[in-house]
Design a protein around this ligand. Sequence first.
Ligand code: GLC
Length: 829
Amino acid sequence: MASEEFSGNYMEKARTSKGVSDFFPGRMTEFRRPAEGVFEFLTDNGVLLRVSLVGEGVVRFRFTPDGRFEDDFSYAVDPEHQPGTPEHEVVEFGDGVAIKTGSLSIRVNRGGLKTTVTDTKTGIILSQDEQGYHWQENKQYGGEIVKMSKVCRNGEHYYGLGDKSCDLNLRGRRFQMWGSDTYAYTPDTDPLYKNIPFYISLCKGAAHGIFFDNTFRTSFDLGAERPEVTSFFSQGGEMDYYFIHGPEPLDVIRRYTRLTGLVSMPALWTLGYHQCKWSYYPEAVVRGIADGFRSRRIPCDALYLDIDYMDGYRCFTWDAERFPNPKKMVAELEEDGFKTVAIIDPGLKIDPNYPIWQEAYDKGYFCRRQDGSLFKGSVWPGLCHFPDFTNPEVRDWWAGLFHGLIAETGVRGIWNDMNEPAVFEEGTFPRDVRHDYDGHPCSHRKAHNVYGMQMVRATQEGLRRNSNGRRTFSITRSAYAGTQRFACAWTGDNVASWEHLSIANLQCQRLASCGMSFIGSDVGGFIETPTAELYLRWIQLAVFHPFFRTHSSGDHGDQEPWSFDKKTTGLVRDAIELRYQLLPTVYTTFRQYVRDGTPMLRSLPFVDFNNPDAYWRSAEFFFGDHLYVVPIMAEGEEGRFLYLPKGDWFAYHDDSHPKAVAKDIWIECPLDRIPVFVRSGAIIPHWPVQQYVGEIEHPEPELRIWTKLGSETSEWYEDEGDGQAWRDGGFRESKINLQGDKGSLSLHREWHGHWEPGYETVHLTFCGIDSDAPDLKVLIDHHEQRAVRGDDGRYRVNTHRNFYSVNLEWTPVKAPKRKAGEKKSQPEK
Ligand code: GLC
C-alpha cells in the first residue's frame, strides 16, 4: 500500500514490493482526431491518451486507464487563456504517430503510448518517456496513483517547483506538493506552503517546462532515485500534464505564466515599503509606528494589522478597546500616506454570538467530514469551523463580507494567512473532509492544495467589489499554480538568520520563475531577532524583491528600521530610499510581467543559459532587463567574488566598469553598498525619493543612461498608478533605443498609449562617459543644449516629457596606463 507520506523510494518500491503492481498502457489500437488540434490514442487495454495543442509550444498530455476522462476542470489554467491552435500536420508511421507543429514534433509510440518531444529546428529530443505513463490502483481511497517517468538526460538540470528552500538547481532531488504550515523551516524542509507543480528543464542551452496539473499530493523525482530518470506521480486524479517549449528558459516561464494566468497592474503604493509585526496594537502603537517613519524620514507606504486587531480573533471584527474608531484611524493614517492592510484567516470561531459564524453555519458553508459532521479544528481563536472555499456560493458570500473592512473602514489590502489550511492539532484537515470543488465533490486529498488559492480568490473578489475601481491588494501564504491571478505572496515563517537570508533569495527567485513574481520574504526574519547587520543586508536584498515588507513575530524584540543603532537606521533609510528612486523601474518590470508573463526576478541560469557554469549558481539574479543584483549574504562580508555574466557591465553606484566577464571577479561591498550592476546601454528610470507614493503629485523622472558600444533597448512604463484605465491604453509605454559608439551616443524613443504625464520635465543623466569636459553638447529633438558634468562624473541635462531623440558627443579621454609595479585593485582569489 502506498504511503500518503511518500517516504522512501516510492517509484522503485512500487515496482519491486510484493502486492503492488504497476499497470501500463497496452498496444495502440485506435488513433482519432475528435477536434482541431486534439488527438486521441486508444490501447487494447482501454487506456486513452489525449494530446492537445494548446497554443504555440504548449502541448497537453492527458491519460486515463479506462477510456473515460473526468470532467475537464482546472483551477490552475486561466479561463482567459484562449490561444489558437497552431498549424500542424500529422504523420502516421509504422511505429506510431507524429504530430508536427512549426517548432515541435510529438511522437506517440504504438507500443505502450510512450511519447517523445523533439525540437524540429535543432532536431534535439527534449523529452522522452522512460516507462512513461503507468499507474497503480489506490486500494485505500479508490482511483489510481498515477505516474510518469521520463529520461533524465546527460547535462539536464531542473528548476522551479514553487517555494522550495534549497538551491535553485534541483537535479538529484525529490520533492512533494502538499501545502504545509512550516514554522521555522530549513533548507531541507519539504513540502512548504505553496504547491506549484511546475518545473523548468535546462539542458545544454535548451529549455522546456513540465506543468503537472494535479492537485492531489504529488511528487517530483528529478534524478534522485535513479539518476537517469525523472518522474512525477500523484496519489490520485489524472495524469494530466503540459509540456511547455522554450527554447529559452524565459520563454518557458512566459508560456507557463500565460497558461496559468497573467496578472493585473498593481497599485503603485503596493510596490513601496511595508511595515508589519505580529502585532501592532493598540491604536496608539500603530500611530507611533507611523510617526516613527515620518519623523525619521524613512519612506513607507503600508502598515499592517495582524490578528490582534480583532475581537478574540474573530474575522471581520475589531477589538473595541484596542481600536475604538478604526475608520478614523485608517483615514488619518491614509492622510499621512499610509495604507492599512489587515489579516484575515480562514478559521471562523465557533460561537453562536458571532454572526458571521452563525450565518455560515445556517447556510451550510462549513466543511464537513465524510459522515456529515462539521469539521472542527483549533487555530488562533480556539475551535473553529472552516468555510469550503471550493464552493462558488461560499466564495461569493465570503467576498460579500469585506464591505465593512474595505468600503466602510477604508482598509486597502487583505492578508490571507493559515490557508494551507493550517490547523493546530493535526497540521491540516483530515483527508476525509468533503469539498465542493466547484461542482466536482471530492475529499480533502484533492482539495487541500487549492484551498488557500480559492480563499484568496474570494478575498480578492471582496476587495474588487468594494474598491470603487481601484486596484486591489491581497496577500497569500498558500498557493496552487495560477494563484498569481488573485494575490501577491510571502514566503511564510522564516528565521532571523543568515541562512534564511539566503533562503529568501532562493525562494523569491524560484517563485518568480513559477509565475509568482509579486513575492517577498519577512524582511529580517519572522522568528527571533536579526543583528543590525543581518537586518540591513536583508533590507538591501529586498529592495529588489517585488513585495518589500518587514515582518516579525514581535516576541523577540522590535524590528522597525530604527530598532538598531543610528548608523544602521541611516543605512536602512538609504536602501529604502533607493527602492523609492527605482520605483519607475520596478513598475516597468512589473509591466513586463503583466503584459508577457516575464518574471521580474530572473535567475542567472535562465539568462546565461548557454553557459553551463551558471547552472549551479543561485545567489546572483537579474531584476528586470538590465539590473544584475549580487546580494551580500554572510556576516562581516565587505567584499566578495561574483560571477559577472556575458555582456558589458557598469557598477550601478559609481559607473566603474569591470572588464572580466563570465568569471569570478572581486568587488568591495562595504555596509553601505548593494552590489548591483547595470547592463551597458541601459536606461533606468528613477524618481526622486518620496516618503510614500503620491507624496509628490507629479514626480519628475530621471532617466539614467549608461553608455555602450553598440545598441540596446530599454522600456519605460508609466500610468496613473491606480485605477483601471491602464486596461484600455491609459498608459505611456516607451521603448528607447540607444546606439553608442566611441565618443557618441544617440537615443530614439517611441511610445504608445494615451496617458499624459502630469510632469513637464524629464532629467537625463549620462553615466559612464569617458570625458572630463565640464559640459557636452547634446541635441535633444534637434535642439542644442549643454549637459553639465557633476562631481560624480555624470553629465546632466533636462528635457521635456515628450522628447523623442537625443544625440550626445564627446572626446574620450585616454585611460591612464598602469605604471610598472602598480597593484591591481583586485586581490588574488
Ligand atoms: C502565521 C503567519 C505570520 C503571522 C502569524 C499571526 O504564523 O505566517 O505571518 O504573523 O501567523 O497571525
